[in-house]
Write a protein that binds this ligand. Structure first.
Ligand SMILES: [Zn+2]
Ligand SMILES: [Zn+2]
Ligand SMILES: [Zn+2]
Length: 347
C-alpha cells in the first residue's frame, strides 16, 4: 500500500502521472486534480535548492518564488484541519474535504540567470550567452539606430564641407552611452541591495529594434523620411522586485536619474565647448538623455515609471518635471534662430 502524492491517503491502487511521475489515487490521477504544474515546479526547485540545505517550512523569506503557506498559520486559522504531518521534509496539511498543498520555501538559487537553474525567464534571447555579449550586441544596435536616426543627407553634406562630418558618430556614441548608463544605473543599485541582476537581450524588444533598424535602412536607400526607431533591444533584469517598496523604487529610479545627471552634464558642457557645430551636437546629445529618461518614466507596464510612481510620487514628479524643464530649455537653445542661437553665436 502506498500514499497518494496529493492527498496522502493510502490506497491499494494508485495511478502514475505521465508528466510528474508521481502516484495518485483515483480522485487525483488527472494532472488538473493534483496541480501537476506546481508539482513539476517544486521538483525542479528541490533539485536546485538541495545544495543550499533545507529551509524550514513556514519561514517567510523575501523570495520571488514564495508559494509557501505557513502550515502553522493555517492550522491556527482553519478549524477543519484534521492532520498535519511531516514527510521527507515536506509538510502537508489535510483540511476538511479539500487538500491544501504546501510548498517548501526555496531561496532564489545563486545562479538564477543560468538557464539550467530551474528559474524560468520568458522572452530572453540567447540565455546561455554572457552579460558582456548581451551588452555588446545591445550597444551596437543602439549605435546603429543612432547613426541612422541622425543621418540626414543635406545636413551631412554641410557638416562634411565644414570638416565635422564625424559629429554624427559622436552623437550616436553619446546616445549609446545614455542607454548603457541608464541600464547600469539599474544594475548597480540592484547589486548594491544584494539582488541578482543581469542585462539581457529581450526577444520582443529585439524584434522592435531590428524592425526599426530595417525601416531606417530602407528609408535611407529610398531617400524617404524615416520614423524614429525605437531602441530597446534589452534591459537589466533584476530578481526579487515583486513588491513596490523602497528597494524596487530606487532600482527603477536609478535609470532615469542617471539620464537626468548625464543630460545635465552634457547640456552644461555644450556651452563650454567653443566650437560650432560640435557644441550644438553635444546639446542634442543632452536632449537624447532627457528624452530617454522621460520615455522610461511613462507610468505604464514594463517601463520604469510605473513602479517609481507607485513607490514615491515626489521622486516621480521630481524626475519628470526636472527633465521636462531641462528639455524645453535645451530645445529652445538648439532650435533658436541663428541670430540668437547660443551655439551658433559662440565667441
Ligand atoms: Zn489523492
Ligand atoms: Zn502530474
Ligand atoms: Zn530603465
Amino acid at each position: 500500500m502506498s500514499k497518494c502524492y496529493h492527498c496522502g491517503e493510502e490506497y491499494d491502487q494508485l495511478f502514475q502521472c505521465e508528466k510528474c511521475k508521481q502516484k495518485y489515487c483515483h480522485l487525483h490521477k488527472d494532472p488538473i486534480d493534483h496541480e501537476c504544474n506546481l508539482v513539476l515546479e517544486s521538483q525542479h526547485l528541490q533539485e536546485t535548492s538541495n545544495q543550499y540545505g533545507y529551509q524550514p517550512a513556514g519561514v517567510q523569506e523575501q523570495s520571488a518564488l514564495n508559494y509557501n503557506l505557513a502550515p502553522q498559520n493555517l492550522q491556527d486559522q482553519s478549524p477543519y484541519t484534521r492532520e498535519t504531518y511531516v514527510d521527507n521534509g515536506e509538510r502537508r496539511g489535510t483540511t476538511d474535504g479539500s487538500f491544501t498543498w504546501y510548498r517548501r520555501e526555496t531561496n532564489i538559487p545563486e545562479n538564477a540567470f543560468d538557464p539550467d537553474s530551474g528559474i524560468e525567464f520568458k522572452g530572453i534571447l540567447l540565455p546561455y550567452k554572457s552579460e558582456f555579449l548581451h551588452l555588446l550586441i545591445g550597444a551596437i544596435l543602439i549605435f546603429l539606430i543612432g547613426l541612422l536616426g541622425f543621418y540626414n543627407p543635406d545636413n551631412q553634406e554641410i557638416l562634411n564641407a565644414m570638416g565635422y562630418g564625424w559629429v554624427i558618430f559622436m552623437v550616436a556614441g553619446f546616445y549609446t552611452t545614455a542607454f548603457l548608463f541608464h541600464e547600469f544605473g539599474h544594475r548597480q543599485v540592484a547589486i548594491h541591495f544584494g539582488l541578482q541582476t543581469k542585462f539581457r537581450l529581450l526577444k520582443f524588444g529585439m524584434i522592435i529594434t531590428l524592425f526599426g533598424l530595417a525601416m531606417g535602412v530602407i528609408s535611407l536607400l529610398t531617400q524617404s523620411p524615416s520614423l524614429p526607431a525605437l531602441a530597446l533591444p534589452g534591459a537589466v533584469v533584476v530578481l526579487g522586485l515583486d513588491k513596490v517598496d523602497r528597494t524596487t523604487g530606487l532600482c527603477k529610479a536609478a535609470g532615469p536619474t542617471i539620464n537626468l545627471i548625464y543630460g545635465t552634464i552634457l547640456f552644461m558642457a555644450s556651452f563650454l565647448v567653443p566650437i560650432y557645430p560640435i557644441n550644438l551636437f553635444i546639446g542634442i546629445s543632452a536632449s537624447l538623455n532627457f528624452m530617454l529618461g522621460l520615455f522610461n518614466l511613462i507610468p505604464v507596464g514594463i517601463l520604469d515609471g510605473e513602479n517609481i510612481f507607485k513607490w514615491n510620487k515626489k521622486v516621480y514628479f521630481f524626475l519628470v518635471i526636472s527633465m521636462l524643464v531641462l528639455i524645453v530649455i535645451n530645445y529652445i537653445c538648439i532650435y533658436a534662430p541663428s541670430n540668437v542661437n547660443p551655439y551658433y553665436n559662440v565667441l
